[in-house]
Ligand binder design. Structure first.
Ligand SMILES: [Zn+2]
Length: 98
């Protein structure tokens, strides 16, 4: 399968989003974030794709760290682990019951 750069018709390598030319035009912080392969990688890729589709110049594209979205995104998959640390508090309903 031939992979195309997200921002131009040039080919790109597997495991990258852009061709070397477009990649080099992204700001350094954006490249560093996009290089991270964590659970936010897909969210950052979506931001990059949305910015390209909106016509944002490559050197102006930024992506967020998505720290807040991480809690929301993992809320379903992390059942049993409360992200807000409330699980140690006594259940208010139990206290009322004699
Ligand atoms: Zn390109």
């Amino acid at each position: 399968m031939r992979l195309c750069c997200l921002a131009c018709p040039a080919p790109r390598a597997a495991g990258t989003y852009l061709c070397p030319t477009c990649w080099s035009r992204l700001p350094d912080p954006t490249r560093r974030k996009l290089n991270r392969r964590d659970h936010n990688a897909f969210a950052r890729l979506r931001e990059l794709t949305a910015a390209i589709q909106a016509g944002t110049p490559l050197h102006q594209i930024t992506v967020s760290n998505n720290e807040l979205r991480r809690h929301l995104a993992t809320a379903d998959s992390d059942r049993g682990e409360n992200p807000f640390g409330w699980s140690d508090l006594p259940d208010p309903d139990q206290e009322k019951t004699p």
